[in-house]
Design a protein. Structure first.
Length: 263
């Protein structure tokens, strides 16, 4: 019985990445709209609605406007969605309905390279969506430069993390409807309690510790600090957690897809 061999991964995985790019270029006008319009809708809702009621929030020993507080968190959520959904629903369609992976397996590409290409593509989509969304939010003066330029490479790291866990679920579920479970049990709790809409300090101590298990929590903290121009050594811990999370679920994703396609 064969097993996952990471040493077989070469730059040929860019062939998979390029294949997905070719498809993306045919539908880019549709895919381009969500990251362009989503921040405008969020900023309108929170800026005109909740921001008026809440006013300011106490964050990192200073008062910031609520809309400034949530703007970088929305970028982090956007990274999560692009990485996760690209390697769940889109990858599932390529796996089960289009049989794209089966066709690729008939080429010199190995499974490890195919799956690596899938995950890197999801991360690349996250970077593109982040650049668009960040550009829109920057028009409102809610992001501090030049530190915020680091959000783009951060988007790639976040895309790898959430793309890996998305592909792990793709290799685990057997029906597309079953994605509702990880979305309900994993994505939604992170979206609500990952420090996106209120400071973690508002949660009980045990809930704060539990929230730190979520990769989105670390992504939000990093994005918010970069947006505020607040750089510190503490951020290295949050980055290290994201990198470790990415490495673990990258390995689990390859293992899950190997069991599904090979074994």
């Amino acid at each position: 019985m064969s097993r996952v061999r990471y040493g077989r991964i070469t730059r040929r995985f860019f062939r998979v990445w390029h294949r997905n790019l070719t498809v993306y270029r045919k539908i880019w006008k549709v895919v381009f709209l969500p990251p362009l319009l989503e921040p405008l809708l969020y900023l309108a809702a929170f800026g005109v609605g909740l921001s008026v009621l809440i006013g300011t929030v106490h964050y990192e020993q200073k008062e910031v406007s609520y809309i400034s507080f949530i703007a970088p968190a929305l970028i982090a959520v956007n990274i999560m969605y692009n990485g996760f959904f690209e390697n769940t629903y889109a990858s599932f369609v390529r796996l089960y309905y289009q049989k794209t992976f089966d066709a690729m397996m008939a080429t010199p590409l190995c499974l490890e390279e195919i799956m690596t290409g899938e995950i890197v593509w999801a991360a690349s989509k996250a970077v593109v969506a982040t650049a668009i969304m960040q550009g829109v939010i920057s028009l409102f003066g809610l992001i501090h430069y030049p530190e915020s330029l680091l959000i783009l490479p951060l988007a790639f790291v976040g895309g790898i993390a959430f793309g890996s866990i998305g592909l792990f679920f793709t290799g685990t579920v057997r029906a597309i409807e079953m994605f509702n479970l990880p979305i309900f049990l994993f994505i939604t709790p992170m979206f609500l309690f990952g420090g996106t809409f209120f400071p973690l300090d508002n949660l009980p101590a045990w809930a704060q510790k539990f929230a730190m298990v979520f990769p989105l929590t670390h992504l939000v903290i990093l994005a918010r600090s970069l947006a505020f121009g607040s750089l510190s050594l503490v951020l290295l811990w949050h980055l290290a957690y994201l990198l470790l999370f990415s490495a673990v679920f990258f390995a689990l994703a390859l293992l899950a897809m190997h069991r599904h396609l090979i074994e």
